[in-house]
Design a protein around this ligand. Sequence first.
Ligand code: DX5
Ligand code: ZN
Length: 220
Amino acid sequence: MNNIKIAPSLLAADFGNLQRDVELVNSSQADWHHIDVMDGVFVPNISFGMPVIKSIAAHASKPLDVHLMIIDPDRYIKTFASLGANVLTVHYEACTHLNRTIQAIKAEGMMAGVALNPHTSISLLEDSISDIDLVCIMSVNPGYGGQKFIKNTFSKVRALKALIVDKKASTLIEIDGGVNADNTKALVEAGADVLVAGSFVFNAQDPTATISNISKLANT
Ligand code: DX5
Ligand code: ZN
């Protein structure tokens, strides 16, 4: 039995029924709520900001996994902590002083995550992996839900797993983008610990059953 976490991405929820969809995740077999923050600068799209996250937090009963697709994320670390974020993930490409950013996230009592765009090599984390609680490997170009999974992700997951083992780190590996029932098992076999799924969950006829399906696939 594995212990793979499923994190439905609320980016694909029905924002007109956000409380309903947050509660759906609460009562499902999901482990975390994945929350995508986009600023229209680091990525071409704008998603939602603090007031919406405040409403999500008011109804969510599972840990909040906040993925910042924004430039200069250091400006908002304290704000996201006060909103109730449990995991705060910044992009490698958006941080000039990544070590400082990681320390600042941890100082606020959150798990520190670092996301890598599809073109960013795992080898760039050689000197920081032991400080990072979670690495989010982007398996699509960030900015939008519903995109096609990039297959090169599998070799990146294997390379990251090897680095974590080599450095005796306890970093979790998260996969974000295009996750579905067809790639779940292979991602877990490659070394994934957390699977984010947006459109595959919320566009399904029965999102609750879809969450249990991928959780079962991942954990058997
Ligand atoms: C993409 C976001 C993802 C997105 C995943 O920039 O970071 O979390 O919601 O959506 P799907 O699962 O539809 O690819
Ligand atoms: Zn995300």
